[in-house]
Design a binder for this molecule. Structure first.
Ligand SMILES: *[C@@H]1O[C@H](CO)[C@@H](O)[C@H](O)[C@H]1NC(C)=O
Ligand SMILES: *[C@@H]1O[C@H](CO)[C@@H](O)[C@H](O)[C@H]1NC(C)=O
Ligand SMILES: *[C@@H]1O[C@H](CO)[C@@H](O)[C@H](O)[C@H]1NC(C)=O
Ligand SMILES: *[C@@H]1O[C@H](CO)[C@@H](O)[C@H](O)[C@H]1NC(C)=O
Ligand SMILES: *[C@@H]1O[C@H](CO)[C@@H](O)[C@H](O)[C@H]1NC(C)=O
Ligand SMILES: *[C@@H]1O[C@H](CO)[C@@H](O)[C@H](O)[C@H]1NC(C)=O
Ligand SMILES: CC(=O)N[C@H]1CO[C@H](CO)[C@@H](O)[C@@H]1O
Length: 369
């Protein structure tokens, strides 16, 4: 009698164990989140140099609900996309700023009128500090860069008739982790530590993989989103006006060329796929890209052979893992291309899935109600 009781217990125990194991495998059914996770884990700072190019990018639909300037003022902006909108707007503002500052060189008051007009250009330090300021002033922006096309960046410090351009010029600042710095005894990152360098400072030959204008650079999809660009028409680019009222009550309207207008197609800001920032910040990153314009070529003494041309791009980035994902099934508010759609574990018959903001790229940013 007693033995039988034990046997029955044994059988029950076995059944329970099998049940748990089977259920466990069912729970871990691999989904699209796991697929992306596998892609992300495959790339490390050590192996990214030898990875095939396609492995350094995530699929286009791994970021859903990208900001669209034509919908601002029509549709609300939800908290799960405010940081991306800020990224978009900051890039847009840089495009206006650098377009204006480069083209207005002929009308700004000269420090020394007897010097040549090259004096009116921003100094190179100005570019570096500007990219650092973008990152320092915006906690949600982790890198800011300006990439010029070959020989389109003019230096105010090169004197003489020709060769006033830099072959390549690309100041870029990104946020670094300083938690391991000996001066921070508490081992916490201050998030106030930046690395800034000129990515164009390379040898004139033999460094093709460091030339950000070439295919060999591999992670430069941002470059091809607007460049190379050489315009040969005076009316080839959208114009904007600045109205200035001076202290002596005279008014002046200054017209300059800039990025595309919001109602044009494409709009002023483009996003590319998330990419692994190999050999730089070594993180998965999402860039917002806008072009800035200049009158090119300069210093020829012949104004009529200058054309408004996109001479460079401003690229602002944030980390991929800070961008909220929506794991709920497709439906209203989640129509788009969305790789993570329908990976939530809500009971579909009795509950409705609702995304929660602030979770970033992490499972569980939703509630079933
Ligand atoms: C202005 O430029 C002239 C000619 O290069 C030079 O002699 C003069 O010292 C400069 N003045 C200032 C204030 O830099
Ligand atoms: C970089 O590539 C461009 C072509 O896009 C070429 O014109 C330029 O000379 C190269 N610069 C260097 C420094 O290799
Ligand atoms: C008013 O000030 C601007 C800028 O300083 C100057 O260019 C312009 O000649 C002045 N106009 C008059 C009438 O004084
Ligand atoms: C400049 O514009 C202001 C504001 O529009 C106007 O009040 C002022 O009279 C204008 N000045 C001139 C000289 O037209
Ligand atoms: C920016 O970088 C810091 C340090 O690596 C990281 O902790 C933070 O999540 C990043 N923020 C964004 C918005 O990408
Ligand atoms: C952001 O929130 C809105 C409103 O709740 C929702 O419709 C949308 O799908 C969410 N997007 C993401 C990426 O979570
Ligand atoms: C980088 C660059 O544009 N270099 C030019 C400098 O000027 C000489 C002629 O004086 C050209 O041969 C170089 O290509």
């Amino acid at each position: 009698m007693k033995m039988q009781g034990f046997k029955r217990l044994g059988v029950l125990y076995l059944a329970a164990a099998v049940g748990v194991i089977v259920a466990q495998f069912e729970y871990h059914d691999s989904d699209t989140f796991d697929q992306i996770e596998t892609l992300i884990r495959a790339v490390t700072p050590d192996n990214c140099f030898i990875m095939p190019k396609m492995k350094l990018y995530l699929p286009e639909d791994s970021v859903s609900h990208l900001p669209e300037i034509k919908e601002v003022n029509i549709n609300p902006i939800f908290p799960n996309r405010t940081a991306l909108h800020h990224l978009h707007n900051m890039a847009h503002s840089r495009a206006f700023f650098f377009s204006y500052i480069l083209q207005s060189r002929f009308k700004r008051p000269a420090l020394n009128a007897s010097e040549s007009t090259s004096e009116y250009d921003p100094g190179f330090m100005y570019y570096f500090l500007s990219t650092v300021a973008d990152v320092a002033a915006n906690p949600k922006i982790n890198s800011s860069a300006l990439y010029f096309q070959p020989n389109m960046a003019y230096s105010s410090s090169y004197k003489g008739f020709f060769n006033k351009t830099m072959p390549l010029f690309a100041p870029r600042a990104f946020r670094m982790d300083d938690y391991n710095d000996p001066v921070h005894l508490e081992r916490l990152s201050t998030l106030n530590f930046f690395q800034v360098e000129d990515l164009g400072a390379i040898m004139p030959t033999g460094q093709r993989s460091h030339n950000y204008t070439l295919e060999d650079y591999r992670i430069n999809e941002w470059y091809y989103s607007w460049l190379p660009h050489t315009n040969k028409r005076q009316d080839g680019l959208t114009t904007y006006q600045v109205k200035i009222r001076y202290a002596n009550n005279t008014n002046e309207t200054y017209v300059f060329h800039g990025p595309n207008a919001p109602d044009e197609n494409p709009g002023p800001v483009k996003f590319t796929r998330p990419y692994f920032d190999c050999g730089r910040s070594d993180k998965w990153s999402l860039p917002a890209i806008t072009p800035f314009a200049d009158l090119y070529p300069r210093h020829t003494q012949f104004r009529h052979i200058e054309y408004p041309t996109l001479t460079g791009i401003s690229v602002m980035e944030m980390d991929f893992d800070r961008i909220d994902i929506n794991q709920c099934p497709k439906g209203e508010g989640n129509e788009g291309p969305n790789r993570f759609a329908d990976t939530a574990k809500c009971k579909k018959d009795t509950t409705e899935c609702e995304p929660l903001d602030g979770y970033g790229y992490r499972r569980g940013g939703y509630q079933c109600r």
